[in-house]
Design a protein around this ligand. Sequence first.
Ligand code: SF4
Length: 70
Amino acid sequence: MCICVACSWQPSCTAYHRVESEHGVPHLNQNPDFTPENPQIHLSVQAVQNSWGVEWDVRSCDSFRPGGGI
Ligand code: SF4
């Protein structure tokens, strides 16, 4: 699970913006301006119907600050 959903930097974070792009979901913010320290992104490849999909999740981050929306 991506820890960003529990982080208060989420709306302004450039790394989360990239994760949104990779997931093909709408951006919370078109112009994020916060650069996180040392986000560790976990990629997993999964079978999706007759193809493959890649899941992007931030698993750890030195800038994590509790207080996100979920
Ligand atoms: S955990 Fe890190 S990468 Fe994720 S939203 Fe927070 S600061 Fe950004």
